[in-house]
Design a protein around this ligand. Structure first.
Ligand SMILES: [Zn+2]
Length: 242
């Protein structure tokens, strides 16, 4: 199957559904990791240089599991729900013809997360419209939309789980690609910055804590949780998660 995961920022998909994406990829599915914004917010430095670094990090992370990296390059912290942006989301969906879309829950903490979620839901519907002006054909299949984990798991109660025990190390390896995000806040980018050892690595700590917590619910070492958008054209009779 074809999986299109759409995250607001480089490192979101890795943290919130990276183990599941690795599992899809391992069984031969096509996985597209779409990063909406350009990451210019952090680390400190010339925004153009920072964007280049963030994009390279996202591409390296996708390469860990053999996923396709799709970089939308919209402004970090400046994502708006408007017609031109919605059009870009429609084109991404039509281009990749997904059987499943994964994105942020609708009320997640960051405006870029919330706006991404809303854009995805609306774009998925308009992507079906036959006469919508587009360079791609309409994507009319019923495409389930899964919401991945919320930031720090807050106000998010999964209804489906994926056992990621076998891909948890890949999840960490993907997170390790986003080394610029582990530099001290306010520090200029330093290409020689060394990742801290796993037990002191804040990304590893976060990933371990939340994946073990979700794993507790389903009696596995590590898991990721999801909910599904309950709406017309989104419901199917079979389980789509691996
Ligand atoms: Zn984010």
């Amino acid at each position: 199957m074809r999986v299109l995961a759409i995250g607001a920022h480089g490192d979101d998909l890795e943290m919130f559904c990276g183990g599941t994406l690795a599992k899809f990829a391992a069984r031969g599915d096509t996985v597209v990791m779409c990063v909406v914004t350009d990451g210019r917010g952090r680390p400190k430095g010339d925004p153009e240089q920072v964007v280049k670094i963030r994009r390279q990090e996202a591409e390296a992370s996708a390469a860990v599991i053999g996923a396709v990296s799709h970089w939308m390059g919209l402004p970090d912290g400046g994502l708006w729900f408007d017609a031109p942006t919605r059009h870009q989301f429609i084109e991404v969906i039509r281009q990749h013809t997904p059987d499943l879309i994964i994105t942020h829950p609708q009320d997640d903490y960051h405006p870029d997360h919330k706006t991404t979620s809303r854009l995805v839901l609306d774009a998925a519907q308009i992507a079906r419209t036959v006469n919508y002006p587009s360079q791609y054909p309409p994507h009319r299949a019923p495409v389930p939309i899964a919401f991945m984990e919320a930031e720090r798991g807050i106000n998010f109660i999964p209804t489906e789980y994926v056992d990621i025990s076998a891909t948890f190390e890949q999840k960490l390896a993907m997170l390790d690609c986003h080394r610029s995000q582990l530099m001290p806040v306010g520090a200029e980018y330093d290409p020689s910055f060394a990742l801290p050892p796993s037990e002191q690595n804040p990304f590893h700590h976060y990933a371990r804590a939340i994946s073990q917590f979700r794993g507790l619910a389903v009696n596995t070492a590590y898991a990721e949780g999801f909910t599904f958008w309950q709406a017309a054209n989104r419901l199917v009779t079979t389980r789509v998660l691996p």
